[in-house]
Design a protein around this ligand. Structure first.
Ligand code: KG4
Ligand code: ZN
Length: 334
């Protein structure tokens, strides 16, 4: 028989919904991106994001249910954090209300766990244990994944996340938001030998990252040159090369230190084609299997939340729907 989980993602600027069946896999998913809404501000405006989730979430769920002739599900998973608080509250309120109405469990999912497990939505599925490189707009982490729920962060960014560095660099170069795809497009036209930027924190031991200093190199290089299309592309290329190289060096080090034989890429920056090629080459050299989610499941989406929710549901890890009011309540108990 199996069970069906509705997944809801509203942590930032994408409204994502999906239905995951424990035996049939992903039944369907839908995504509404707010990119156009925020583009003119050069970044996500939290209040606008929350208000737009309010407008889009329920219609998306309704359409998904009617497409799949469903009236209810066995559990509702929603992103409980980390993310923008107003945006998160929309998904949490809708998710828990639906669960309450249907009298099924509500499952608060950690957004990064969703990203981490997204590559398991597709064949071939990575098997535990594996090393995960999580590279999103808010996080850059290397994680030892022993099993579902057994995560050890081996290293992370001490300042900007990789995606944040892409976004800020794009802004400095006068490119639109989101910066990652814009930089990647432009870098293709760049001359790889025009400029060389440092590979931060690769000369010292450890698995942490630091990407905020690259902004300074981008800015000073860009300001010092004649600002034309070719220079813009050359700077984009030098920046992208520096980030990709740094990520690859740290992945190699983490694989050597842990002896893990599988590497899983997750998060929005994982959609970067040149990063994917570079890590595949690394995997071939080290005899390590490399897995990526489909690019649409690298960036924020409902499918990864439905999937992580389904695993938690199967393990009976969900909160009760009950809330309480206390007629007697001593201040001593606070
Ligand atoms: O995972 P995600 O959708 O949201 C967060 O959880 O943060 O990641 C968004 C980040 C943005 O910083 C965006 O610029 C970056 O992923 N990104 C890319 C590419 N596509 C999206 N960065 C580099 N190359 C790309 N192709
Ligand atoms: Zn994300």
């Amino acid at each position: 028989m199996g069970f069906v989980i509705l997944g809801i993602e509203t942590s930032c600027d994408e409204t994502g919904v999906a239905l995951y069946h424990s035996e049939q896999g992903l039944l369907g998913h839908a995504l509404y991106s707010q990119v156009d809404l925020h583009a003119k501000y050069g970044g996500v405006v939290p209040e606008l994001a929350a208000r737009d989730h309010v407008r889009k979430l329920i219609p998306l769920i309704k359409t998904l249910f009617s497409e799949h002739h469903l009236k209810t599900v066995d559990g509702v998973a929603y992103t409980a954090g980390p993310g923008l608080i107003g945006a998160l509250l929309v998904g949490a309120a809708v998710g828990r209300s639906l669960a309450w109405g249907w009298q099924v469990p509500a499952i608060g999912v950690h957004h990064m766990e969703g990203h981490l497990l997204a590559s398991m939505l597709e064949e071939p599925t990575p098997t535990f244990p594996f090393l995960a490189l999580l590279v999103s707009g808010g996080h850059t982490q290397l994680v030892n994944v022993a099993a579902v729920g057994k995560y050890t962060v081996l290293g992370e960014s001490v300042d900007d996340a990789a995606g944040e560095a892409f976004d800020k660099t794009a802004k400095l170069l006068g490119l639109g938001y989101p910066g990652g795809p814009a930089i990647a497009r432009l870098a293709k036209q760049g001359n790889p030998d025009a400029f060389h930027f440092p590979r931060p924190m690769t000369r010292q031991p450890g698995l942490n990252f630091s990407f905020s200093g690259l902004k300074t190199f981008v800015l000073t290089t860009w300001k010092a040159q004649e600002q034309n299309e070719q220079t813009r592309a050359d700077v984009a290329r030098a920046f992208e090369d520096a980030v990709i190289d740094t990520l690859a060096i740290k992945c190699r080090r983490a694989l050597q230190e842990t002896g893990l034989k599988s590497l899983v890429i997750a998060g929005g920056v994982g959609a970067n084609q040149r990063l994917r090629t570079r890590l595949t080459e690394l995997g071939n050299k080290m005899k390590v299997a490399v897995y990526y989610p489909h690019p649409i499941f690298c960036t924020d989406n409902g499918a990864m939340i439905a999937y992580a929710g389904a695993l938690r549901f199967a393990a009976k890890q969900f909160e009760p729907l009950a809330f309480e009011a206390r007629p007697r309540w001593s201040m001593n108990d606070l």
